[in-house]
Design a protein around this ligand. Structure first.
Ligand code: HEM
Length: 452
């Protein structure tokens, strides 16, 4: 599905004509990521991160498959096998560092991709499905990364797994039997390592499947853009190829420079030194922390230090640990409801003055604080700061965003993308277009739909 003016694929050679009849894959590529896919002409570099995420997913799969050829998921040998990969296997060190740092870069680009979505309200109609599938991808990524970190069977692998699998024990009644069943014992051991390896191998392919659905859902309305005003006519768009293949290629070049710098000069910067010590169930590290990309959610988990009791009694309604677990999951699940929590008729943060202030001076500092606090020691003042940041986090999405989206007066919107880019639009009503224009033709739920 595409806009009516999308160029049609025309096979040139005998081979491509034959292919087009038998399996029209070149036609699919042409209209999905080629010259036959019209895209808003004003996309900025924040629209690069989807493609970059795709690149890192492929990199993780390729390096992961090579690592799996030399790894053994047995607690007796796993740690040694990883050292064997690092020292004996040709370029094994490079594969391992590329995989470990690739995971970090994957999360960096995904966080930027998600925060682009927050700022430009990419989650709004008609793109709710793209967003919902994105949140599913994020949850799958977290599960995959968590299980991957257990595989080298270092100290942080073991103790991280113990803390996180222990969270299931907080579920009332069924928690403990469930935890023992999931882990295959009372603490992570051989069964856990084996099943984590199996799932860590499988899940990236599940992610790849959901990414295909994500891109499919994207191709129905097409990309949004920094103005948030929908495409109205041909001059609002340019073909994906060569314009955005070039722009994405440039972004890829920049990130590859940063990535290879990390890979070759600072390969352990984002890792934890304790993971170079083999797992020892009898020696607990002084501070158990997950990988940096889990910090905000770990900070939320640890922010709950007191049980919820019936007032003026000692009767516990919900223990602190369960409160933390619920809040941690809720902090991501709340994203599922964003398309309906944010009721503004305007998408882009550029035209939403109040929303923009809360984004830059509320959500961003709050996330930065949670990132820091998740890796800090569980002591004061970090505990109270985590509690404040956690409270703001939920307040932002559940209270501030719904209220702001209803009371704020948006700035006037350009009539079209062309007008926003060129300052005039012969085909449009010119600059005399107030934000109310959105509610007529451009409201998220009344957007002009592309032709099939
Ligand atoms: C493996 C992970 C992912 C891949 C490969 C991926 C890929 C893409 C690509 C290629 C695009 C189009 C280009 C762009 O807008 O950057 C896109 C758009 C989008 N993605 Fe993702 N994505 C992933 C994860 C996510 C996640 C975790 C979310 C949100 C929680 C998300 C939400 C969106 C949204 C809302 C759009 C439409 C943006 C717009 O047009 O304004 N994606 N994605």
């Amino acid at each position: 599905m595409s806009f009516a003016w999308a160029k049609q694929y025309e096979p040139q050679t005998a081979f491509t004509k034959w292919m087009d009849e038998k399996l029209p894959l070149p036609r699919l590529v042409y209209s999905a990521v080629g010259a036959g896919y019209p895209v808003p002409r004003n996309l900025n570099y924040m629209w690069n991160f989807g493609v970059l995420a795709g690149f890192f997913l492929v990199l993780q799969i390729v390096t992961g498959v090579v690592l799996a050829m030399h790894y053994a998921s047995n607690t007796e040998v796993a740690f040694g096998q990883v050292e064997h990969i690092m020292r004996n296997v040709n370029y094994g060190w490079m594969m391992r560092y590329a995989h470990a740092n690739g995971a970090s870069f994957f999360f960096i680009v995904i966080y930027l991709h998600i925060f682009r979505g927050f700022y430009y309200s990419s989650y709004k109609a008609p793109r709710e499905m793209i967003w919902l599938l994105g949140v599913v991808i994020f949850l799958l990524m977290m599960a995959t990364a968590f299980m991957g970190y257990v595989l080298p069977w270092g100290q942080m692998s073991f103790w991280g797994a113990k803390v996180i699998t222990g969270l299931f024990g907080a579920i009332p009644v069924v928690g403990e039997p469930l935890q023992v069943w999931l882990v295959g014992g009372f603490a992570p051991g051989n069964s856990a390592l084996n099943r984590f390896f199996s799932l860590h191998f499988l899940l990236p392919f599940v992610i790849a499947g959901v990414v295909i659905l994500h891109i499919w859902a994207l191709h129905i309305p097409g990309s949004s853009n920094p103005t948030g005003v929908e495409v109205k006519k041909e001059s609002d768009t340019i073909p994906f190829h060569p314009y955005y293949t070039a722009k994405d290629g440039f972004g890829l070049g920049v990130i590859l420079i940063l990535f290879t710098f990390m890979l070759f000069f600072l390969p352990n910067m984002l890792g934890h030194p304790d993971n170079y010590v083999e797992a020892n169930p009898l020696s607990t590290p002084a501070l158990i922390v997950p990988e940096w990309y889990f910090y905000p959610f770990y900070a939320i988990l640890r922010a709950f230090t007191g049980d919820l009791t019936i007032p003026f009694t000692d009767i516990i309604l919900v223990p602190a640990k369960l409160l933390g677990v619920i809040a941690m999951f809720a902090s991501i699940l709340v994203w599922f409801f964003l398309p309906w929590l944010d009721k503004s008729p305007v998408r882009s943060g550029h035209y939403r003055p109040m929303f923009k202030k809360f984004f830059w001076f509320g959500l961003i500092p709050c996330m930065a604080a949670l990132f820091y606090l998740g890796g800090a020691k569980p002591e004061e003042p970090f505990i109270v700061l985590s509690q404040i940041a956690t409270a703001y986090y939920f307040l932002h999405f559940l209270v501030i965003l719904p209220i702001v989206s209803q009371i704020e007066i948006p700035k006037p919107l350009p009539f079209s993308i062309t007008e926003a880019v060129l300052g005039k639009d012969e085909g449009g009503a010119g600059a005399a277009t107030a934000a109310t224009d959105m509610s007529a033709g451009d409201a998220p739920d009344a957007s002009p739909q592309p032709a099939e």
